[in-house]
Design a protein around this ligand. Structure first.
Ligand SMILES: O=C(O)c1cc(=O)[nH]c(=O)n1[C@@H]1O[C@H](COP(=O)(O)O)[C@@H](O)[C@H]1O
Length: 279
């Protein structure tokens, strides 16, 4: 039987630590790295991050937008980066934040979560704001292919609350409702379900939410957005064991030197270890 994403992720987090490094080739970072803001610069940037990180961090998360910016040639770089990162042992979470009506969602899922897709990734970020049920085809395809989803629940940006804190007639807010759907999706899965939530590390005390979804919690916001590893226990409580903290610019700004990138990631990894061990 095919091994689930959740099981593969749990093992990788236990072996390598939970850090997820983002591959976010901002134009400004290309310039800081002495690269041109073109496809060759994009390729060099992405290759360097993969070379520096893929054999040591649990997860790499390419941000598709920065590749799509260059059209089909940028997407070709993304394909190669994903394949190389997986080859070197990292799990790849494709950050494309897809979401649409179910019939279209099925095609998005085929694009990223089917084992024969050129952009085959271990998991995909998705938006549930066309209704959680619209994600059903992606859930189904992920189960069949041993891949996973990270569903936007409580995002790291300050504008997210307008939608995510909206209170439904049953008294629960929208973010809590998404978390409850994920808990149901992951029921009975051992050691960890494959259907994660995105919950920002920037959000402060979230003890009013049930974060115990038996699935991974992708936590962006550390570094450039102001959160630190030391914030994690206060935000996530005992669910911190299932947190995959993401850092993109906070690591990437140390490039292009591979040793400097590795040292920056190791500093975050060490701080994360210390913070999680204290819970
Ligand atoms: O899904 C995400 O990864 C995500 C969700 C969220 O709530 N906030 C958030 O910042 N992200 C992504 O996480 C990365 C954060 O990058 P840095 O702020 O540079 O560390 C970007 O690729 C964002 O698109």
């Amino acid at each position: 039987m095919i091994e689930s994403f959740g099981a593969r992720l749990r093992r990788s987090m236990d072996e390598r630590g939970p850090l997820c490094v983002g591959i976010d080739p901002h134009a400004s970072l290309l310039t800081e790295w002495g690269l041109n803001d073109d496809v060759a610069g994009l390729e060099r940037f992405s290759r360097t991050v993969v070379e520096a990180m893929a054999d040591r961090v649990a997860v790499l998360k390419p941000q598709s937008a920065f590749f799509e910016r260059f059209g089909s040639r940028g997407v070709a770089v993304l394909e190669k980066s994903v394949a190389e990162a997986r080859e070197a042992g990292a799990l790849v979470v494709m950050d494309a934040k897809r979401g649409d009506i179910g019939s279209t969602m099925a095609a998005y899922a085929e694009s990223f979560l089917h084992k024969d897709a050129p952009l085959f990734s271990d998991a995909l970020t998705v938006s549930p704001y066309l209704g959680y049920g619209s994600l059903a085809p992606a859930v189904e395809l992920a189960r069949e292919n041993g891949t996973g989803l990270f569903v936007l629940a409580l995002t790291s940006n300050p504008e997210g609350g307008e939608i995510q804190h909206a209170v439904r007639p049953d008294g629960r807010d929208v973010g809590a409702t998404i978390l409850a759907h994920l808990t149901a999706e992951n029921a009975g899965e051992r050691p960890l379900g494959s259907f994660g939530a995105v919950v920002g590390a920037t959000l402060g005390d979230l003890s009013s939410y049930d974060l115990d979804i038996n699935g991974p919690l992708l936590a962006p916001g550390i570094g450039a957005q102001g959160a630190t590893p030391a914030d994690l226990p206060g935000v996530f409580g005992t669910a911190v064991r299932n947190v995959v903290p993401n850092v993109s610019r906070g690591v990437l700004r140390h490039g292009p030197d591979v040793a400097a990138l590795r040292a920056a990631a190791e500093r975050f990894a060490e701080e994360i270890r210390a913070a999680v061990a204290a819970v």
